[in-house]
Design a protein around this ligand. Structure first.
Ligand code: GLU
Length: 295
């Protein structure tokens, strides 16, 4: 038990398990792969898993849930470098999913915008919970649950940059992450505001977010563009997030490999239940995350 949030997650998930069982959510007869001990404490038992889809049962039988998460997005997926402890909304969601499966063990793998899809495809991880925006193109490659959070794209600039609106981006260089939705979103938003930005003239792509912040500090880019939640991890005295430029709603979903349809459905049931019963709102509040972007 790493901290109180984890405890709260486990307790809440324990309640979920009971609720699901009461609603006939499993109704199985066996309990083949469930662990011998449950983190919910003595007297509680792992859910019966006889009726689980094969891909979900395989995870239960393995005894550990493998989840790809961000490690540098405070409030969402963050790993403390000293204690190595994980925290954030997406970490709590992973613990709750594990708990609903009767698993006490979650193995986190650090992912980036560029690596998360490959890690799913290779089977290294069961799911990605990592500020992963749902869009039509991605839905052709992976399953996504109903969104658990909506963010918006914004810009991080130096406080003395003079950039305050789309017009100020004309002729500027903007740092974005490879494999992210950011560049396309900013090109579209700027166009709607009468400013033409092109991939060739206005964007530099980087593999990781720390590299973009370094480029901003060094003056190699004039702005760092990505979801506000991610930018908040890079705030310091020299930079600011532009409240005046906030666009392109980014709906985050839990992603699974395309052929894991049983797992996808299982996760979607959990997310929709947790949206309805207030669990996700509570986790958003517990993690100090702003309410979902309304557009
Ligand atoms: N959420 C955006 C995306 O999925 C930004 C990139 C990221 O999540 O790292 O493309």
């Amino acid at each position: 038990m790493k901290n109180w949030k984890r405890l709260a997650s486990l307790l809440m998930a324990g309640v979920m398990c009971l609720a699901l069982a009461a609603c006939g959510g499993d109704g199985g007869t066996g309990n083949s792969g469930a662990p011998e001990t449950s983190p919910a404490g003595e007297g509680s038992s792992a859910p019966e898993t006889g009726d689980l889809p094969a891909d979900v049962q395989a995870i239960v039988d393995r005894g550990v849930l493998r989840v790809g998460v961000k490690t540098d997005v405070p409030g969402f997926g963050y790993q403390d470098v000293l204690t190595e402890t994980y925290s954030g909304l997406e970490i709590d969601l992973a613990y709750q999913i594990a708990e609903s499966l009767g698993l006490s063990d979650v193995e986190f793998t650090a992912v980036t915008a560029a690596t998360r899809g490959q890690l799913l495809d290779s089977g290294d991880i069961d799911m990605v919970i990592a500020t992963f925006t749902i869009n039509d193109e991605r839905k052709e490659s992976w399953n996504f649950t109903t969104p658990y959070y909506t963010d918006a794209v914004s810009l991080l600039v130096k406080t003395d940059s003079g950039i305050a609106d789309y017009a100020d981006l004309d002729g500027k260089m903007i740092g974005v992450s490879t494999g992210s939705t950011s560049m396309e979103a900013l090109i579209a938003a700027a166009a709607e505001n009468g400013v033409t930005l092109t991939k060739e003239a206005n964007f530099s792509e980087y593999a990781t977010y720390p590299e973009i912040k370094t480029a901003l500090d060094a003056g190699r880019v004039d702005a760092f563009c990505v979801d506000g939640s991610i930018l908040s991890g890079y705030l310091d005295d020299t930079v600011e997030i532009l409240d005046s430029i906030r666009f392109s709603p980014q709906e985050y979903g839990i992603a699974t490999k395309l052929d894991n349809t049983g797992l996808a459905e299982y996760l979607d049931d959990l997310v929709t239940t947790w949206l309805e019963d207030g669990t996700i709102d509570q986790l958003i509040a517990d993690n100090g995350v702003a309410a979902s972007f309304e557009g």
